[in-house]
Write a protein that binds this ligand. Structure first.
Ligand code: ZN
Ligand code: ZN
Length: 417
């Protein structure tokens, strides 16, 4: 299919500029003089440039961007020596960790083809992921411990758009994905900054209620799901904007619809089924069913991608336990769009979810002051991975269980009670 050379650009430049502004002013709340480390797919160059512009307008110190390229990634899998799959760019991550230790902010533009590695050897993918996770750890810890303000936004890469809208010609698919990203990121509105402030206030109301209730556990019940999930001792619910240890209040995820906290790593009992496919680093894992005993996954299957799921669970001991539980109403705008984005940043905001692996220390009362040992003793999980997958739908009910066993209705049919 061809297009006239003068056909309008599929990505609305005005909204793209608003997205860049929201990323800098709401997502990062970048401070005068603060450095910024950005990563972006090469296709997202137009957005990376606009973010760089708005970062400097906000008074950024130095903005440094690292670009990735899908073709280059595939070349590694096709032509790279076998031993390279146990290696990662540790020198780069060490440099990033150093930048964050010096209070640089972090921004990632997401938008890679979710199926990029689906045709590659799963063993190589797993080795490369493990080596990357280990090398990334010093830098990732600064982000998962929320030492600094950080943010992820998305750009409609053509390869991603083709996955989401396979029946449309390439340019139409990109335009549709762009519109979906803009709507979910609230930049289709006249005043996106005010819209985000109102949205943050609403999420804060939900998380404050959950923090007052102080549930000991949540009970999820629905088709293929009967799960009692203990919450960590001294857990704290968060949602929307929150304050990093460097004192800056930012919105790490754009979009975001979730309120979330830390489950107890030793207190999950029962079984749970996924309600949407999980796109994990190039592989689609569908119809996940797992059973928990004492917080540990003791049985796991999937109709698609089961081999990858098993490898993920074998990453380390913490990979079989939970590090996050999040509540999202079924009527959230992303769920209402009916689009499966094959991207956790969007799909996790369509549905209640749990995450395998690493917990967030900020999801504890006084989390910033707790040592790793204290977090562990309160039930916080640790792992090289953090993988969200969706367990909510309009058929799932959730009760909160108080320490004395009293039940409070939290969600019915996927909606807040
Ligand atoms: Zn989440
Ligand atoms: Zn998560």
């Amino acid at each position: 299919m061809t297009y006239p050379a003068n056909s309008p650009a599929p990505v609305d430049p005005e909204r793209l500029e608003k997205l860049a502004e929201v990323a800098v002013k709401i997502g990062l709340r970048l401070q005068k003089g603060q450095d910024l480390v950005m990563t972006a797919p090469v296709n997202a160059l137009p957005l990376a440039r606009l973010i760089t512009k708005h970062a400097y307008l906000a008074g950024a110190g130095l903005v440094t961007t690292f670009y990735s390229d899908e073709d280059a990634t595939l070349s590694r899998y096709r032509y790279g020596p076998d031993e390279s799959f146990d290696r990662a760019t540790d020198w780069l991550y060490e440099g990033m960790a150093k930048a964050y230790a010096n209070n640089a902010a972090r921004l990632a533009i997401a938008g890679d083809n979710p199926m990029l590695l689906s045709g590659e050897d799963p063993a190589k993918v797993a080795r490369a992921n493990k080596a990357n996770s280990m090398a990334y750890k010093p830098a990732l810890e600064k982000i998962s411990n929320f030492d600094i303000n950080w943010n992820i936004v998305s750009y409609p890469n053509p390869s991603w758009a083709r996955q989401v809208f396979p029946d449309d010609p390439a340019e139409i698919a990109v335009g549709k994905l762009a519109d979906a990203i803009f709507a979910a990121s609230r930049v289709d509105q006249d005043d996106p900054i005010s819209a985000w402030e109102a949205h943050n206030a609403n999420l804060r109301k939900r998380s404050s209620w959950l923090n007052e209730e102080r549930f000991a556990a949540l009970h999820f019940k629905g088709p293929g799901t009967d799960l009692t999930l203990g919450l960590a001792d001294g857990h704290e619910w968060h949602g929307g904007a929150s304050t990093a240890k460097n004192g800056i209040t930012c919105n790490p995820n754009i979009p975001t619809e979730e309120v979330f906290t830390t489950p107890h790593a030793l207190r999950a009992e029962g079984f749970v089924s996924s309600t949407k496919p999980l796109s994990h680093q190039g592989t689609l894992i569908d119809d996940i069913q797992v059973r928990f005993e004492g917080g540990r996954i003791v049985e796991a299957k999937a109709s698609k991608g089961e081999a990858v799921l098993q490898k993920v669970l074998d990453t380390d001991e913490g990979a079989r336990r939970l590090g996050e539980v999040a509540l999202v109403p079924h009527s959230s705008p992303i769920s209402a769009s009916g689009i499966l984005f094959y991207n956790t940043l969007f799909d996790e905001n369509a549905s209640c979810h749990i995450a395998l692996g690493q917990c967030y220390s900020k999801c504890f009362l006084d989390g910033a002051k707790l040592t790793e040992e204290q977090i562990k003793s309160q039930g916080g999980n640790s792992s090289l991975i953090h993988i969200d997958w969706m367990i909510g739908s309009d058929k799932v009910d959730i009760d909160g269980i108080k320490p004395d066993g009293t039940r409070v209705r939290v969600m019915r049919g996927g909606e807040w009670v």
